[in-house]
Ligand binder design. Structure first.
Ligand SMILES: [Zn+2]
Length: 102
């Protein structure tokens, strides 16, 4: 398999944001992949599941599908996790699913 470097992020081995569902479920009581996030760089708003996720080693790096900026980093150590959200303006986390799925 060849992966031409000229294509920077276009055809690389990223996963979508659902790859973060497991690791984030250790931290949050709700499914954050369904949350809406706003990119601090370009303002694009979309579900965490739509992010381009690289990882898991040495940590997860989630990039905006619009501008490729890093919006989230997650590193899991043996007894702690580091969550870096500096590329995210805000997260909109729906809390209605507790009552049963719509
Ligand atoms: Zn962006």
């Amino acid at each position: 398999m060849t992966s031409p470097r000229e294509d920077t992020y276009q055809d690389q081995d990223y996963q979508d944001g659902n790859a973060l569902a497991g690791p984030l479920s250790e931290i949050f009581a709700v499914d954050v992949t369904a949350a809406g996030g706003r990119c601090a760089s370009c303002g694009l708003t979309g579900p965490i599941a739509s992010l381009r996720v690289y990882g898991p080693e040495p940590g997860y790096v989630a990039r905006c599908p619009g501008c490729e900026e890093v919006v989230m980093r997650l590193v899991r150590g043996p007894d702690a996790a580091w969550l870096d959200l500096r590329g995210t303006v805000s997260l909109r986390i729906s809390l209605r699913h507790e009552e049963g799925r719509p």
